[in-house]
Design a protein. Structure first.
Length: 257
């Protein structure tokens, strides 16, 4: 039986992420470059520094996407990183899957996607493919609601209003998980952090997917709703709490894994 690690830091955050420069001008934004130990460098808009630290907490301090050991990416894995933001998880997953693996990172916010793409180039990640698109139940186009903080942008306007405040909109491409899995042949792991659009993203097809870890956002999307959908699709599930009341992480894996 799979067990989750306790919610405790793997190692202290101090020194984990540190800006070493702040520069003007990219897309009209001030920006900095941060160092992630053992992973590389990360370009980020200075206005997002606080959210970047929280994102690093998720990935490196609490290992929220790796609380079950079998969900730590391995060499050769094909990983879908939905809601890639600036690329924090993508950098880690790319190192773990190695040159024989592949990470497909999706980020629909046009500005955030620019930083994600820049970070892939900056770190020479030949095993990362980026898509300026959102996962949903159907392919086509959708309306992305952009929050005051870019991390809170979502196809769900209710989520943006709950977490922040909408400051703009953008028409963005939609793609289904089934389409991606069909192209790749198999998906070993999906990391899903899509800001209140979790259920619609999962309804896009789970055939060919072996493992899913979903960040649910109560009260807008409850963990039990995610777990129920995954169970209906043939996954065993385990839910673990996050460090904030509006976070829970639902792990799903095929019974033969």
């Amino acid at each position: 039986m799979l067990e989750a690690r306790p919610l405790a830091p793997v190692y202290p955050l101090a020194g984990l992420l540190r800006p070493f420069s702040r520069l003007p001008g990219l897309l009209g934004l001030g920006y900095g470059v941060a160092l992630l130990p053992g992973e590389g460098r990360l370009l980020y808009p200075y206005s997002e520094e606080g959210e970047l630290y929280r994102n690093v907490d998720h990935v490196y301090r609490y290992r929220d996407y790796e609380r079950i050991a079998d969900f730590i990416p391995r060499p050769g894995w094909r990983v879908v990183d939905a809601g890639a933001y600036l690329g924090v998880y993508a950098l880690r997953a790319a190192r773990l899957v190695g040159s024989s693996g592949l990470v497909v990172s999706l980020e629909p916010n046009p500005i955030t996607y620019g930083f994600l793409s820049a970070n892939v180039v900056l770190n020479r990640l030949g095993n990362v493919a980026t898509l300026p698109a959102a996962l949903s139940a159907r392919s086509g186009w959708g309306r992305l609601h952009i929050g005051e903080s870019m991390v809170n942008s979502s196809l769900s306007r209710g989520y943006v209003e709950y977490m922040s405040a909408p400051v703009g909109e953008a028409e963005v491409p939609l793609v289904t998980l089934g389409e991606i899995a069909g192209r790749l042949g198999r998906v070993d792991l999906v990391k899903l952090d899509v800001e209140g659009h979790e259920l619609e993203a999962l309804r896009g097809g789970l055939e060919g997917v072996e493992r899913v870890v979903v960040e649910a956002h109560p009260p807008l999307v409850e963990a039990w709703e995610v777990a129920s959908l995954l169970s209906e699709a043939g996954f065993d599930t385990l839910t673990v709490s996050g460090e904030a009341e509006h976070q829970a992480f639902v792990y799903g894996w095929r019974q033969h894994v």
